[in-house]
Structure formats: C-alpha cells, structure tokens
Design a binder for this molecule. Structure first.
Ligand SMILES: C[S@@+](CC[C@H](N)C(=O)[O-])C[C@H]1O[C@@H](n2cnc3c(N)ncnc32)[C@H](O)[C@@H]1O
Length: 226
C-alpha cells in the first residue's frame, strides 16, 4: 500500500528526466518489455485500450503503433508525467486516479498497467477498479519489475537495485529519495504465483505470469470473466 500524496510528488519531481533514467537504468531493455506487451495485444485485435498509469506514454504509444485500428487512451494522475507524453507526441490522455476511474463499467477490451500498480494506494482495490471498466472477457496486462529467482542473478540484481540504481537515478534526476522509494517498492511488490493469486482474487481469472529478462520484469495476463 502506497501513500498517494508521496507518489504524486515523487513523479512530479522526476517527470522531466523519467524516460532518460528508465533507458539508462535498464540499458534500453524497458523498450523491449513494452514491445513484447504490445505484440501480445495485437493478437487480441482490441478496439478500445486503456493504458493506466501511462506516465510518459511509452507503452500507450507502442500499443497504438502495433494496433493502428484501435483507440488507445492513456490515463494517469500525474499531470507533469502526462506532459512528457504530450512532448513525445501522444495526446490521447486523460487525468484520472486508478483508484476511481472516470469510466462506465465494461468499456475497454484491454487494460494495461506498466510499472504503475505497484505505486497505487491499494493493489486489491485498484485491480477491482480495472476489472470494473474492462468488458466481460476483456484482458488485463500488468507489466512490472520482479526480483529474479535464479541464485547469483538474484543477489546481483538486489545489489544493483539498492546500491547502483538509486545512485545513478539520483544523478540523472536529482531526486535520489524518489528512487530509494521506487527501488524499495520493487522488493515489496508480489510477483509470480503470489501476484497471479492477487489478480485472481480481485476480479480476474486465469492469471498467467511470463518472466522477462531472467525475471527482472514480469508480464501478467488475465481475463475478466465473460
Ligand atoms: C513508473 S511510472 C510508469 C509509467 C509508464 N507506464 C511506463 O511504462 O513507463 C508510474 C506511473 O504511475 C502513475 N500512478 C501512480 N499511482 C497512480 C494512480 N493511483 N492513478 C493513476 N496513475 C498513477 C504515476 O503518476 C506514474 O506516472
């Protein structure tokens, strides 16, 4: 559970350097993860997609590029982050809090949330809200960091997360404290079977995790019951 006021302030502080920090810290692999997500969405041929916690709009843009027929909407509660999306020429944006979305029930074919659920005030309540706005049979994708399970890689990654990432991100953004929080939140965030169970307990079925890049990130896919 995260403090929404702190999260808003943290993202307002890092917004202008967020994309650069992402690409440097992940060596550009984050683009690959978003493309993997977009390529899976193509197969579903959605008409209406919501990218929640869209931030700088990178995933929304990747989906729009992969699915030119679809209408892709980005929603976020941080206006400074959405300004970055606009600067990157993505304009289908709406200011909205994931905990109380301004949409009717059963609207979207696909809902994505990349590196966003982790920062929301209540994970169960946020998932229930996502389920509410998805149409029956619609698909949820949660993309987020996870801690690798492979011995050796796990220790190496935890060291990188705690000691290297926070320092480099601090240099790039001037907001080290925000990254101390963000990196810490990765360790606290459920992954694998635990995340599948959380998703299934809150409005979805058949949640399935796919590990990306040795498990540094995971992509979860789940359906809202028809
Ligand atoms: C780490 S960024 C991820 C941005 C983007 N999805 C990406 O793939 O890079 C997390 C985003 O979640 C947004 N966010 C956090 N809590 C939110 C909430 N309750 N409602 C809407 N957006 C939220 C933040 O403002 C921020 O833009």
């Amino acid at each position: 559970m995260q403090d929404a006021g702190f999260v808003r302030k943290a993202f307002a502080g890092i917004a202008s350097r967020y994309v650069l920090a992402n690409h440097v810290l992940s060596l550009g692999i984050d683009c690959l993860w978003r493309r993997t997500t977009a390529n899976r969405i193509v197969q579903l041929k959605p008409k209406l997609v919501l990218d929640l916690a869209t931030g700088s709009g990178d995933l929304a843009q990747a989906i729009q590029k992969a699915c030119p027929e679809a209408k892709v909407l980005g929603a976020d509660f941080s206006v400074p982050m959405m300004r970055e999306a606009q600067a990157r020429r993505f304009h289908q944006l709406i200011a909205a809090d994931g905990m109380a979305l301004p949409f009717k029930d059963d609207v979207f074919d696909v809902l994505t949330v990349a590196f966003g659920l982790r920062n929301m005030a209540s994970w169960p309540a946020a998932l229930q809200e996502m389920s509410r706005v998805l149409r029956p049979g619609g698909t949820l994708f949660v993309l987020d960091f996870s801690i690798p399970r492979i011995p050796g890689i796990r220790q190496l990654y935890l060291f990188y997360l705690k000691h290297v990432m926070t320092r480099i991100a601090g240099w790039i953004t001037g907001q080290r404290e925000a990254y101390v929080y963000l990196c810490g939140s990765i360790e606290r965030f459920p992954s694998g079977k635990e995340m599948e169970a959380l998703i299934c307990a809150n409005g979805f079925q058949s949640a399935c995790a796919k590990q990306l890049t040795f498990g540094i990130a995971s992509l979860y896919e789940a359906k809202k019951a028809s």
